[in-house]
Design a protein around this ligand. Structure first.
Ligand SMILES: [Zn+2]
Length: 71
């Protein structure tokens, strides 16, 4: 049995900034670089998978931080 089930991926051929990333990942375009609105960090490139991974990582640590300061 062949396993043709592949993970859903973003179109990584497109290395331009997509406006939807601002909503999806809190990423903006600044001087041709993707900037994270949450931690103000400049990200390496416009790969959606990279931005998504960064966003998820930041959100996880953010949530931990919020829980810590609330208690
Ligand atoms: Zn960030």
């Amino acid at each position: 049995m062949a396993t043709s089930c592949r993970k859903r991926t973003y179109k990584e051929e497109n290395r331009n900034f997509l406006p939807e990333w601002e909503e999806d990942f809190e990423i903006i375009d600044k001087d041709g670089n993707p900037i994270c609105l949450i931690c103000q960090k400049r990200l390496a490139n416009y790969k959606a998978s990279n931005l998504k991974r960064h966003y998820e990582k930041v959100m996880t640590s953010l949530h931990r931080g919020i829980h810590c300061t609330l208690n």
